[in-house]
Design a protein. Structure first.
Length: 308
């Protein structure tokens, strides 16, 4: 069960207050609709079918929430929120997640935004209905949506792993396509269970000095799984976590348990990358600024397990 920033039903989570329904110093203009109590409720499949707002908006609003939190302590993140054109790389994308998200909601909360470009990299799951529709190891043609006021939203797709995507295009290639990321999003990454699979991508993000937003799984009554392990994993690979793990303001809370195997940061350390694979099953969230370490060394130990 995926729980993005799960919280106990009936508990008052961190959310937008009346005084926050305005343009913040970070540039986000939250609406009264963002105060809706459905963000604080646990849902089952039937209720999600009846009210799809949570499913459609949890990702774009989580990204904005993460950027706003980062902007309060990091000038680079603050600069991203002020840009008229934002490029995002959504890593570990799935057809039933990123491709269902209503990314246009970002325009409603960033009035100055003129162009939003997001590159979805992933679609590697055999069960993903988008898998066969996305070209492997090459970018899809741009999917462009023109909006009021001359604004536009552009989506590009790539089937494969993020470090492979970087190998194919490189910095020069992304510059030529005008697709250099302002922020990378690791949605529901599941780092507590899949740290080995994520390792090659995390290492490349550190090398690229990339601003990242990382969300994951957690139990609803208390922090579990990614909520406990995410910051430890990121720190281990050399990330600078500028906003430690906290509850998501716009979670998708599902009834039931998480049901994932847990990696305990204080008992084990992630293995150095030694093979292929990186799978996002990715929300409390962390915002990680990943600087290039002066002399990077791979994490040691071989005790972390792969998921079979």
């Amino acid at each position: 069960v995926e729980e993005e920033g799960g919280k106990e039903q009936g508990e008052s989570a961190s959310h937008v207050t009346d005084t926050q329904v305005a343009t913040h110093e970070g540039g986000v203009k939250w609406s009264q609709e963002d105060l809706n109590p459905h963000w604080q409720m646990a849902h089952d499949v039937a209720s999600l079918r009846q009210n799809q707002t949570v499913m459609l908006r949890t990702l774009p609003l989580t990204i904005l929430h993460g950027l706003e939190r980062a902007a309060s302590v990091d000038t680079r993140a603050a600069g991203v929120l002020r840009q008229k054109r934002i490029v995002m790389h959504l890593i570990g994308a799935r057809g039933d997640a990123e491709m269902e998200a209503q990314m246009s909601e970002m325009f409603n909360r960033l009035p100055h935004l003129q162009e939003l470009v997001y590159v979805c990299i992933g679609f590697t799951d055999q069960m993903d209905i988008w898998r066969d529709q996305v070209p492997e190891a090459s970018l899809s043609p741009p999917l462009t949506k023109h909006m009021d006021g001359g604004r536009k939203m552009i989506c590009r797709l790539f089937r494969g792993l993020y470090h492979d995507f970087l190998d194919v295009y490189g910095t020069k290639g992304l510059e030529e396509y005008n697709l250099v990321a302002d922020v990378c999003v690791l949605g529901n990454a599941g780092l507590s269970c899949h740290v080995d699979e994520w390792m090659p991508t995390l290492v490349r993000l550190v090398e690229q000095d990339m601003l990242c937003i990382v969300s994951g799984y957690s139990g609803s009554e208390e922090f579990t799984h990614d909520a406990l392990d995410c910051d430890t994993v990121l720190n281990t690979v050399g990330c600078n976590v500028i906003v430690p793990m906290e509850r998501n303001r716009f979670p998708l809370i599902l009834k039931g348990g998480v049901g994932l195997r847990v990696w305990r940061g204080y008992k084990q350390r992630p293995k150095a990358y030694s093979g292929p694979v990186a799978k996002n099953e990715s929300s409390p969230f962390s915002v990680a600024r990943v600087p290039t370490p002066p002399s990077p060394t791979p994490p040691r130990s071989t005790s972390a397990r792969r998921r079979h």
